[in-house]
Design a binder for this molecule. Structure first.
Ligand SMILES: C[S@@+](CC[C@H](N)C(=O)[O-])C[C@H]1O[C@@H](n2cnc3c(N)ncnc32)[C@H](O)[C@@H]1O
Length: 269
C-alpha cells in the first residue's frame, strides 16, 4: 500500500487530496527537527515518506508555518484543557490524515479519552501499514469513509462512537475540500449525535482563496466564507461559534495574511 500512494500521489487526481496529508506530515517532520519547535512529532518523517521528487518542482512549498501553528493552537489551546477538564470524552479527527496525536499527545493519557480518526481509505491503509507496530496513548479507532457521502456517520456509530459522551470534533485542514452544502450537512449530522458540552474546531478560508487556487492546498479548495457570515452559517447547523484570524495566534510565524480563520464552537442548547 505504501508503494501505491508513493507512486500515484503526485499526478493522480483521486490521490491529490490525500496527498496533502503527506505534505502536512512533512511540515511536522521539519518542525520537529527545528530549533524551537511548536510541536514534536516523532512519526512524521516516516509517515511523510520520500517527497524529494515533489519538492524538486515545488520547492517553494517545502515549509508551511500555517499548518504547524494550527496544530499547536488545537493541541495547546483547545485539547489540553479539554483533556484535563473532561473525565470521559471522545475526540474525533475528521480528515485526520497522518495526524499522530493519539500516539504523542500526552494529555490523552489522563482520564478516559477515545480518539476516532476518519479519513479516506487510501490514506488510512497507508497509515495503518506504517503505524502497525505503534501503541496509542488511549483507545483509537480509525475509520475509512468519505465524509461527503451519506453513510459515514453510521460507520462511526457502529464502531463505538457514543452519543452520550461529550465530543470534541476536530476538522484540521478539511472543510474547504468538501462542497459547502456537504459541510453544512456534516455539521448538522455531528450536532445531532453530540452530547451536551460538545465542541468543534475548524479552520476555514476567505472566498478569494478558493477562487485563486494557488499552491498544493488551496488549488483544491471549493469554498470560503466572508467573516460576517461565519456565525450565521454555523448557527444554522446547531453550533454557536467564535472565530479569529489565524494570524492572531501566529507564534511569530507567517500564517496567511488574514485569509484563514480559526473557528471554535459549542453545541447550541
Ligand atoms: C490537508 S490534509 C489535513 C490532514 C490532517 N488533519 C493534518 O492536519 O495533518 C486534508 C485531509 O482531509 C482528507 N479528506 C479530504 N476530503 C475528504 C473526504 N471527502 N472524506 C474523508 N477525508 C477527506 C484528506 O484525505 C486529507 O487527509
Amino acid at each position: 500500500m505504501r508503494e501505491d500512494i508513493n507512486n500515484v500521489a503526485l499526478d493522480d487526481k483521486t490521490q491529490a487530496i490525500p496527498f496533502t496529508a503527506r505534505l502536512m506530515a512533512h511540515y511536522r517532520a521539519k518542525e520537529s527537527e527545528s530549533e524551537n519547535p511548536l510541536l514534536i512529532d516523532p512519526y512524521a518523517e516516516h509517515l511523510a515518506g520520500d517527497l524529494t521528487d515533489y519538492f524538486r518542482t515545488h520547492g517553494r512549498y517545502s515549509k508551511m508555518d500555517y499548518g504547524i501553528v494550527r496544530s499547536h493552537y488545537i493541541e495547546e489551546k483547545l485539547l489540553k484543557p479539554w483533556c484535563h477538564q473532561e473525565d470521559e470524552s471522545q475526540i474525533v479527527l475528521l480528515g485526520a490524515g497522518l495526524d499522530t496525536k493519539a500516539y504523542r499527545f500526552e494529555p490523552l493519557k489522563k482520564k478516559k479519552h477515545h480518539v476516532f480518526e476518519v479519513d479516506l481509505p487510501s490514506i488510512n491503509n497507508y497509515k495503518n501499514d506504517l503505524l502497525k507496530d505503534e501503541k496509542s496513548f488511549c483507545p483509537l479507532t480509525r475509520i475509512s469513509a468519505d465524509l461527503s457521502a451519506l453513510n459515514w456517520m453510521d460507520i462511526l456509530l457502529k464502531n463505538g462512537f457514543q452519543k452520550g459522551i461529550p465530543t470534541f470534533w476536530i476538522m484540521e485542514g478539511l472543510v474547504y475540500y468538501l462542497e459547502k452544502a456537504k459541510v453544512s450537512t456534516l455539521l448538522k449530522k455531528i450536532n445531532e449525535v453530540s452530547a451536551h458540552r460538545s465542541r468543534l474546531f475548524t479552520d476555514l478560508c476567505i472566498p478569494i482563496y478558493a477562487e485563486i487556487q494557488i499552491g498544493p492546498f488551496s488549488k483544491h479548495f471549493k469554498w470560503g466564507l466572508e467573516k460576517d457570515k461565519i456565525c450565521e452559517f454555523f448557527a444554522q447547523t446547531g453550533w454557536k461559534v467564535e472565530w479569529d484570524w489565524a494570524d492572531s495566534h501566529d507564534q511569530g510565524r507567517d500564517v496567511g495574511q488574514k485569509g484563514l480563520y480559526f473557528i471554535v464552537g459549542v453545541k447550541k442548547i
